[in-house]
Design a protein around this ligand. Sequence first.
Ligand code: G3P
Ligand code: CA
Length: 303
Amino acid sequence: MYVRPAAAAAAAFLGFTLTLLGSAASSAATATGPDSPAADRAALGAPVVYAHRGASAYAPENTLEAIDLAMRLGIDWVENDVQRTKDGELVVIHDDTLSRTTDAEELFPNRRPWRVKDFTAAEIARLDAGSWFDEEFAGARVPTLREYMNRVQRNQQRLLLEIKKPELYPGIEEQTLKLLGELGWLDERHVTQRLVVQSFSADCVRLVHGLRPDLVTAFLGTPTVADLPKYAEFTDRINPWHTTISADWVAAVHGLLGAHGQAMEVDTWIVDDAVTARKVRDMGVDGIITNAPDVVQEAVDGL
Ligand code: G3P
Ligand code: CA
């Protein structure tokens, strides 16, 4: 398990041997990308590991710090959540209010209930999105999607992009795709290798597929086996909560051809321990979405 620098210093003082941090940091330059160890593991058939909201067990979720840490841990794929501000900027944050993961209540005490969609991008840019997690991350920001994509690109990572609560943000599908296109993320290489768009809203996934049929998409949920063929018409993956699945269900998903004529895939969430990671691997899942990507990567490495 990754140990944050402050904790590492304390542990070293107590005489523990902590080698993981150093080795992860020193391999940062080559940890991700198409020729990386992660790509090699995928080629061997182990489930792909996705850093949920970044390496969010160790850094504040959905921040640039969280994806940088995922990179240092050698994780290619990061997951995020996209919403929209009052003045139309796409931002990366999970909750539809700012309360849990920022200091919005302190900075703007009269703006209850502190909804993302009631704040401008300039206001959100002032918020501290790190201190709630650990003082060590004080000053981390809620990134705009543009900032976030630039960092993912710089890190040579890949993105599982979730459009969060699309019912609150009419047109967010078109807007997200427009920005991705402007940033070069809808060219063939990105679309085939570096980007998946997912949502809990089947309507949203269907719309994204209609707008960009070349994009790989995923529906978040666990449809019944009887309903799966309906989903296969517009999506490639079904991404369920891990407690809701069985080997038979995974096999049923694999037995269908998805929107691109390939066997459908399953990426399950949120698995943060080795025992559960091996359990879902043995059910045949294609990917595991986790807050602790180092733990899961180590658990599923080596079949
Ligand atoms: O990627 C799967 C996961 O993100 C779904 O749940 O609430 O963390 O967005 P949530
Ligand atoms: Ca998410």
